[in-house]
Design a protein. Sequence first.
Length: 372
Amino acid sequence: MKISFMKDQILEGLQTVQTVVGTRVTIPVLANVLLKTEGNRLALTTTDLEIGLRCSIDAEISEEGAVTLPARKLFSIIRELPSGRIEMSIDEKFTAHITSGSSFFKIIGLPSDEFPLISIPETSVTFTLDQVQLKELLQRSHYAASADETRQILNGVLMSMKEGKITAVGTDGRRLALAEQELEFPEESATDVVLPMKTVNALLHTLDGSEKMKLRLAEKQAAFEYGNVLLISNLLEGTYPNFRQVIPPQCEHRITIERELLLDAMKRVSLLNPDRSTSIRLTFDDNAMVLRAVSPDVGEARENLAIKYDGERLNIAFNPEYLMDPLRNLNTDEISIELIDEVSPGVVKTTVPFLYVLMPVRIQENWPDEDQ
């Protein structure tokens, strides 16, 4: 095998596919990237047996062939080489000889036949999506998914294609993020799938919004084709809970506020509480919103924000990280907070089809009065 390619193209390709390469692997070849010539292009493929990721770049092919090389080591070497064309040849012992200008590297690889095959599953449903649309849906919902492996079905994002909409949902039982977009598809194609978080993160990392993409769904797999990228993933198995049951049907108080203003205030007040399990108390009263954190060992932080509010005085506390998550992942200028009382879930909404349901935290009884 003898090929050459431009540094910027191979670097971009390696950066894309190494997303799924783990730092600890039980099978040595899973730490490698498969390099395979295909016509006048070079295909780069990685997998962890749950996800397969492939892309291709332009290359000059002098001798066809295939080999697997350590993905992260190859990326590190290519990144430090001078700009321009890179020459690579593979000998009979699967060792790569890499030359660029005055630089030379030799990397020991493994034969390509040891690399697990990835292929597009036989499809039962195919959807055409906008890359920007899918990325925004995942961006607005992924952070609420659970990290608790005892409930694996929640360790991912639900994608529901029903009633002319695509809905993305993440929840860990204490909060829920939901984003929707209209999508045209035949009624008989309606379905629900749950994407593992590693797949979601790979999509967020590689989607570039340049063109339409195809989503192919089989019984246990999903395949995403966009640009020069193919991502194939196993799906989480099980029944996703009825998320709509936790959405409050109505609210007593609705407060609109600038998203970045609230986020900045939350960041400052939460500095007092490095422990993420602590809470920040929000007080709404007479066109004012007061954010307050108290730490017995550190002190107190308080922020006053002017808002439009003429309802009865209301105190409610939330986990600060959980409340800041949607503020970080939205790009709208304003958000609305809908509340019922101190013990009912709060809801964050925007002008786009999105909502975020968050359970409150019990207000600490030993907090000092605000005037102390």
